[in-house]
Ligand binder design. Structure first.
Ligand SMILES: NC(=O)C1=CN([C@@H]2O[C@H](COP(=O)(O)OP(=O)(O)OC[C@H]3O[C@@H](n4cnc5c(N)ncnc54)[C@H](O)[C@@H]3O)[C@@H](O)[C@H]2O)C=CC1
Ligand SMILES: O=C(CO)COP(=O)(O)O
Ligand SMILES: [Zn+2]
Length: 352
């Protein structure tokens, strides 16, 4: 008997472009989201977009409130839930980079409410996905959450964000190459469920970004456009898969481990980019595609070495040898790398 089922949760209104911040209220009204919005933001994004979003909702008679968060923690999620309870918020709006967006996403998920994502930086694909990532005890990776009902990505604002955030978003997309290969490996070795559509979409997204690498330059609003579209596409691949598998393999385990060893040392996307160089080397050896991944990262201006990440060699080796313990996800790391093998892989690829 045929027993497969699938439930794909996607954002419904995705606005990307110059000045679309001004359409935030319209995007919300189209979704029939009722009540008062609670805007969740962090200090700089509040200045560059959060205050304007509050003004727009106030002008529409929606009596918004704003809560400013600084760290991605469950304490912050609790604080946002309390604020939403106190004002009887109708829905939540996350304005900023990954941290306030994740916190708004998880608080909205807890309240069973709608949530709108207003990214001010194209730093990774969590800004559009149905995944939330807040560290708790030993976890560092994302968990399932409701995707945003709407995404409002104003390329004028995003193009003005620090360039390193955009190169981090690019590297997060380039890492899809190794993530899809790891997913295929897990399918063959462990009979893990695989989606051809999600795998193909994720890989195509990385290919298109690399093909457009010459148009991804600081100060060009078109760069923000290309990167945000890629992040949306990668988020959709995760929604189709119902997991982060299409965009997260060994290179993400390496990054999650680094986050625990040296929190906030480097951006998520930059860490997964370097991890992807090593994962590609492990997947197909010295003559394989790790050089192409490294070249793609270099063309965009993303880090390709431990030094450029600002992380010392011994920490990189420790992360490589223990990354497989992060979560129950089979990747090219298998049951773990020996220290010698980790050192060799990092040395051959020029990471150390
Ligand atoms: N939900 C998911 O699937 C994923 C979640 N994450 C999580 O996301 C977080 C990291 O995301 P980030 O965006 O790097 O962090 P973030 O939200 O802290 O932003 C990074 C920095 O960029 C600044 N910034 C943002 N927009 C700006 C603008 N327009 N102009 C000037 N400065 C601006 C912020 O003030 C902040 O200092 C971590 O907590 C990580 O665990 C990472 C990957 C995936
Ligand atoms: O960052 C992600 C995809 O790019 C989410 O992956 P994780 O589930 O490993 O956190
Ligand atoms: Zn990622």
């Amino acid at each position: 008997m045929f027993q497969k089922t699938t439930w794909i949760r996607l954002p419904r209104n995705v606005l990307v472009g110059h000045g679309v911040l001004e359409d935030t209220v319209t995007a919300v009204e189209e979704l029939h989201l009722a009540g008062r919005p609670l805007i969740v933001t962090s200090p700089t994004p509040r200045e560059v977009a959060g205050e304007r979003v509050a003004e727009l909702f106030a002008a529409a008679g929606r009596e918004p409130e704003t809560v400013v968060v600084e760290t991605a923690s469950f304490e912050a999620v609790e604080r946002v839930i309390e604020a939403a309870d106190d004002m009887e918020a109708g829905f939540l709006v996350g304005v900023g980079g990954g941290k306030p967006i994740d916190i708004a996403k998880m608080a909205a998920d807890h309240r069973g409410q709608g949530f709108v994502s207003v990214p001010t930086a194209a730093s990774h694909d969590g800004i559009v996905s149905g995944r939330g990532s807040v560290p708790e005890k030993d976890t560092r990776h994302s968990v399932a959450a409701e995707p945003p009902l709407a995404v409002v990505a104003d390329t004028e604002i995003i193009a003005d964000a620090p360039w390193r955030l955009t190169t981090a978003g690019c590297a997060d997309i380039i890492s899809n190459y190794t993530a899809v290969r790891d997913w295929n490996l897990a399918r063959r070795l462990q009979n893990v469920e695989y989606s051809e559509y999600a795998g193909a979409l994720s890989q195509m997204t990385a290919e298109m970004l690399v093909e457009n690498a010459d148009s991804i330059k600081p100060g060009l609003e078109e760069s923000a456009w290309i990167v945000v579209k890629a992040l949306v596409s990668s988020g959709v691949a995760m929604s189709i898969a119902g997991s982060s598998r299409p965009a997260s393999g060994a290179e993400h385990l390496f990054s999650h481990r680094l986050d625990r060893l040296v929190p906030d040392a480097a951006l998520h996307g930059h860490q997964v980019g370097v991890g992807s160089i090593i994962a590609a080397y492990l997947q197909d050896g010295e003559k394989g595609m790790w050089r192409d991944i490294r070249t793609a990262l270099e063309r965009i201006g993303a880090p390709t070495t431990a030094e450029e990440l600002g992380i010392d060699e011994s920490t990189v080796i420790e992360a490589l040898t223990t990354a497989h313990e992060i979560r129950d996800r089979y990747t090219i790391l298998g049951n773990g790398m020996s220290e010698e093998a980790a050192r060799e892989a990092a040395r051959v690829t020029g990471v150390i």
